[in-house]
Design a binder for this molecule. Structure first.
Ligand SMILES: [Fe+2]
Ligand SMILES: [Fe+2]
Length: 321
């Protein structure tokens, strides 16, 4: 290599300045563009965690497909759970554009080295849970994810556009199921209220720890990977959900919940952050079960991956011949 070509290579500082200017101008960063190592690492962590959450998130509701109360409910739920598999697929593909390998990410998940959303460590104990998960869990996911459609990383932002469209169907099917149940028998209404009581606080925890305890937020916002803080999104979710709960006729299990005229927002109580940390560290009601099943599914699918790889090798050998 000649000295001239070394001199022509832009130095790291110039590349970083160019990157910062592009992000500030709301331009997308694409896989071939230079990016700071910290930005790449943050995105790998966030996108992988998001992908894992979609796949693990199939479990609590997937259990109810076989015992759905009608053909209509079964086909809706089947479509929803399949969508979540698709979301996982788009997101693993987005993560791979950052130079990581999907098989390796799966190994990290089942080896307990990467996390997924704490919400999926709670059990779905009745069919009303399917409705409440759609309403609250997919509703919280929408609050989190709509701003990610403007994430600075192109492949992630584009995956989110499609995912958000499907999440809004998920939220609606859940709410519609609950409306039907609330118009039913006293037992059905009690099932809905019981599910709301169990899922409300874990849903608020989906936005992550309070801003004061979220050290990565500031950097992620500067990089425009994240657009709003955890507490802002949590507030937005509460403001959106309270009128829906009133319309449904359920009580949200928070005595501190009331409209604050001055702030123009609902005040609400503090989630149990000790429980959040416990569930996140692996000690929730279903953590072991979720990973055990994910690992078993991965092992059961080994022959499919091997067959697909053998077929691909055969085809490419045929093409080059
Ligand atoms: Fe999803
Ligand atoms: Fe969803």
């Amino acid at each position: 290599m000649t000295t001239a070509s070394v001199d022509e290579r832009p130095d790291e500082r110039a590349l970083a300045a160019h990157f910062t200017a592009r992000v500030a101008a709301e331009q997308r960063i694409e896989p071939r563009d230079w990016m700071p190592e910290g930005y790449r690492r943050t995105l790998v962590r966030q996108v992988a965690q998001h992908a894992h959450s979609e796949i693990i998130g199939m479990q609590p509701e997937g259990d109810w497909i076989a015992s759905a109360p009608s053909l209509r409910r079964k086909s809706i739920l089947l479509a929803k759970v399949q969508d979540e598999a698709g979301h996982g697929l788009y997101l693993y593909a987005a993560a791979e554009t950052l130079g990581v390998d999907r098989a390796d990410l799966t190994e990290r998940l089942i080896g307990g080295r990467q996390k997924y959303s704490s919400i999926f460590n709670y059990p779905a104990t009745g069919f009303a849970d399917v409705g409440v998960i759609g309403w609250l869990v997919d509703g919280a996911a929408i609050c989190n994810q709509v701003p990610l459609c403007r994430s600075s990383y192109g492949p992630y932002a584009r995956a989110m556009v499609r995912i958000c469209k499907e999440e809004s169907f998920h939220q609606r099917q859940g709410y519609e199921l609950l409306l039907r149940m609330m118009a039913g028998t006293p037992e059905q209404r009690a099932m809905v209220q019981d599910a709301v009581d169990r899922w409300w606080w874990p849903s608020l925890m989906m936005f992550g720890p309070p801003d004061a305890e979220s050290p990565n937020t500031r950097q992620s916002m500067e990089w425009r990977v994240k657009r709003h803080t955890n507490d802002e999104l949590r507030q937005r979710f509460v403001d959106m959900t309270v009128p829906q709960a009133e319309r449904l006729g359920v009580t949200l299990p928070d005595p501190a919940l009331r409209w604050n005229e001055e702030r123009g927002h609902y005040d609400f109580g503090e989630p149990d952050w000790a429980e959040f940390r416990r569930v996140l560290s692996g000690d929730g009601p279903c953590n072991a079960e979720r990973i055990r099943r994910r690992r078993a599914a991965h092992e059961d699918g080994a022959w499919v991956r091997e067959a697909a790889a053998a077929y691909a090798a055969k085809r490419s050998a045929g093409e080059t011949r």
